[in-house]
Write a protein that binds this ligand. Sequence first.
Ligand SMILES: [Zn+2]
Length: 588
Amino acid sequence: MKTRWNLDALYTGFDSPEFAEDCKKLDSKNEEYEKFVNQISENSKLPEILKKYIVLRSEIKALTEKLFCFANLSFCTNTNNAKANSYIESVTVKENRTSLADVKFIKWLAASGFDPKTLSGTDLEECIFHFEELITKGKHILDDQTEQIISNLKLVGSSSWMNLHNVLISSLTGKISTVDGRNEIKPISQIRALAYSENADVRKKAYESEIRAYRKIEKAAAACINAIKGESIILARMRGYSSVLEMVLTKNRMEKSIIDTMFSAIKEYLPFFRAYYRKKAQMLGLNSALPFYDLFAPVTSGTQSNFTYSEAAKFIVDKFSTFSSKLGNFAKNAFENDWIDSEIREGKVGGAFCENLFSISQSRILANFDGSYNDVRTIAHELGHAFHGHCLSNNVILNTSYPSPLAETASIFCETIINKAALKEADKKSALAILEADISSAGQVIVDIYSRYLFESALFKARETAPLSPEELCDEMLKAQKEAYGDGLDENILHPYLWLIKPHYYNPDWNFYNFPYAFGLLFAKGLYAKYTETGSSFTEKYEFLLSETGKRSVTDVAKIVDVNLNDINFWKNSLELIKEDITEFLNL
Ligand SMILES: [Zn+2]
């Protein structure tokens, strides 16, 4: 089994004639698309236009994806590859060209009065949702001149504020005293990583150093966040949305009532997470509640790191096969056909991700496998994303994009399969470590995300009238954390500056990039609960659900497995699974 992926199915190299040919082809398709969009008139025949659009736009999407992914995947395994880097940029330029023509087409479609439902029963039936979504989008696009002004001003507005924040954070350092009493200056990222240290004193000092460091840049960071959020408020209003949240929800294909129901359920289950944090304080030998700086303290000695890569592959394939042979065989194929780049080597990016390549009905997974159980789980997680892509691949390529709340469905589902199996086989010590890792990360996704959602809601409300001072931002953050963590954490030692360090708050395109995490985890857990209830008859429905995620609203996707997302009991059932883990952990 190879530990490097093979990209030949895309291109054999940047110098290959196929690569050059596709670059040229994308340009000519873009030109054809522009011409087509410019020639649409009142006299044009609608069915023909829609058909031509689907064909042309699908070709462009497939070509763009193929070229971009080849450049990007090549770059990720060798960040010194200058050629790859320059092609990433040139394909992005081509993509922007397509977007300009898209806007014209979308505006025309929205103004045409066309009802996509009339396509029912025709060979374009599967594109009804796609057209409906375009029309909704079209209703929020402004006139050409205004759009031009907005996109130019965004570059010198929110994008520049985001860059400034990046510069502030990446050059920020903190002073920290070492074990032997010397003072050291370290980048903030290294100081933050000390939150995972085994040494309690190091964790505390790192936290104190972090807070001191933030005070140096709080005024500048507050200016950034006020500008970025202020711009979002103005744009949402101009585009005819009632709020920034409504704009985000529309993009995510869901209604507000769903998040309200989900957070109502979460509120009911917060006491169980708090009990876990109190237990953690006890395990660390504290007489008081858990201070924020001990939130990530290791309390278990961890599972032994004893998986070879082929053992990991076998473990995953075996466990996946207990769910369905289709999932098992899919993973086997990915391992055997060099879809996974697993080895750690210089020049390769860190972390892990999965890229679904719809143009060739395959996927590629990047990982940095170190033999630990954690990394086995990571590969299982990424294979979940790949399987999601596989289920989607029988759609037209325009129906393969799913919204962020559904993005983690298959990955967390696969992780759950692996975790349950590993727990069954583990001795007491390893079981404790697996449970702890799982509960701790669920705590971040449920409790911390809830605090971030509360904070961002309060921030937008206050920003409507005036910019917030650093003190006000810290106050709002503390209020949100108190409400979410309750008596689980020491209310005198929270983290007032999370608004300053979390990058999500500074990306103008990522407003409210918090609830999708909680949604993703609980939706996947809820599906797993359904699977344990209904057994093997669930697998086919589950695969069908994944295949439909690109062409239905979130509510309608859930309906496939008879789930009503406005029913609080669905969310409670998912939370019940985490509660069971917490109870087991407390007992162990
Ligand atoms: Zn993921």
